[in-house]
Write a protein that binds this ligand. Structure first.
Ligand code: FAD
Length: 356
């Protein structure tokens, strides 16, 4: 896809590359403000998209977007907290019971992303389903919402800055003994070479992800179902849960990038990046989706300001995103600093400041 300057629509024309949460919310907010929007999405939704946990703080965001009722109607699974074996052998519950916005959620992720995108299209955005296209499109501003690959920003000369080398090896399990799993808490467990999380989905499948560094032996093992199951056996709490329900692998482990990274430049004269394309978070934070949505709302405001003659608006947006990422990094480091049980482990040494 190539882009030329728009000469047509008086309120402006915006092209958005990517129809995940960041792209969909940017499109929705701009379309509602009367801006003409085209979303270009390359993927027909696959059967399983990783990234399913929403914290309670999503409620005011969905309210603001007038999508809360629609979200509730979609049958996502309410989650009443987390339980974690982090920093000690004990599994500790962290309940959302006193959270001002109530429970968190485990998503049917494809349904959630589709709901956001449908909302943008119903508001008036044009959706183009396209693989690599040779077409040329006119636009005043182009938005990179392509996720971690930053498809557009890289073509503008921006580079990703990687703050670590974390990868996830994610598998989907199903109950094997008919004993339904009712536990909606997200389970997190630290181990010598990384950490695990497990989350029950609305269809009763269990997402289980092992996170470690790309270059470590544990990640090599986790590439096969056999190695992944051998690593799972070394856990204490997660293993109990898997055995209690005789969970079996339904979809074999698949390796995905999960590191903390950001673009060195998040906006240019007539483009900006939103969501993971701008800055991607460690799954430990459970903040990726809501940050993607919030960045879409901020980007829409910046683009509107740019379209009415405030050329510095995109740069101001980029500075805001840089601050959000810096605050996130400080939080991430705080959490990793709580786990001190494996002083010999490269994975943990790297997270405690060692350059190895
Ligand atoms: C293992 C793991 C677990 C996670 N767990 C959580 C969690 O529990 N909670 C949470 O909040 N976050 C989680 N995340 C992060 C979360 O999934 C992302 O932050 C979120 O999806 C970002 O949304 P996005 O719209 O920026 O990008 P994406 O969701 O990646 O959407 C990008 C879209 O762009 C499209 N695209 C890409 N390139 C092109 C192109 N060239 N042309 C057209 N379209 C293109 C893609 O098909 C896709 O639809 C997790 C991430 C990982 C890796």
């Amino acid at each position: 896809m190539n882009f030329t300057r728009n000469q047509g629509s008086s309120k402006g024309q915006v092209a958005i590359i990517g129809g995940g949460p960041a792209g969909a919310i940017t499109a929705l907010a701009l379309t509602r403000a009367g801006v003409s929007v085209v979303v270009i999405e390359r993927e027909v939704r696959s059967e399983w998209k990783i990234g399913e946990g929403l914290p309670p703080a999503v409620k005011p965001i969905l309210h603001k977007l007038e999508l809360w009722e629609r979200f509730l109607a979609d049958g996502h699974l309410a989650s009443y907290g987390n339980c974690s074996g982090w920093g000690s052998d004990k599994l500790v519950d962290h309940s959302f019971v006193f959270h001002p916005h109530g429970c968190g959620w485990h998503l049917d992720r494809n349904r959630f992303d589709q709901m956001l995108l449908n909302s943008a299209v119903e508001a008036g955005a044009t959706l183009v389903l396209s693989a690599e296209s040779e077409n040329t499109m006119a636009a005043d501003v182009v938005v990179d919402a392509s996720g971690r690959n930053s498809w557009l920003a890289r073509r503008q000369g921006a580079r990703r800055i990687n703050h670590d080398n974390l990868v996830g090896s994610a598998a989907l399990l199903k109950v094997g003994n008919g004993v339904a799993d009712q536990d909606s808490l997200t389970m997190v467990e630290a181990v010598a070479d990384g950490w695990w999380y497990a989350a029950l989905l609305p269809d009763q499948k269990l997402v289980v992800v092992f996170l470690s560094d790309a270059d470590l032996e544990a990640t090599r093992m986790a590439r096969t179902a056999e190695g992944w199951l051998a690593l799972l056996k070394q856990t204490k709490h997660l293993r109990n849960r898997v055995e209690r329900h005789a969970y079996r692998i339904e979809l074999e482990p698949r390796l995905v990038s999960a590191n903390s990274s950001r673009l060195d430049v998040m906006a240019g004269e007539s483009w900006l990046a939103v969501g993971d394309a701008a800055a991607a978070f460690d799954p430990l934070s459970s903040q990726g989706i809501i940050t993607a949505m919030e960045s879409g709302m901020l980007a829409a405001q910046a683009i509107q300001a740019k379209l009415v003659g405030q050329p510095e608006a995109l740069n101001t947006y980029a500075q805001r995103m840089e601050k959000i990422f810096a605050a996130y990094l400080a939080n991430r480091d705080f959490y990793y600093a709580q786990e001190r049980r494996w002083p010999e482990s490269k994975f943990w040494q790297r997270r405690h400041g060692a350059m190895i």
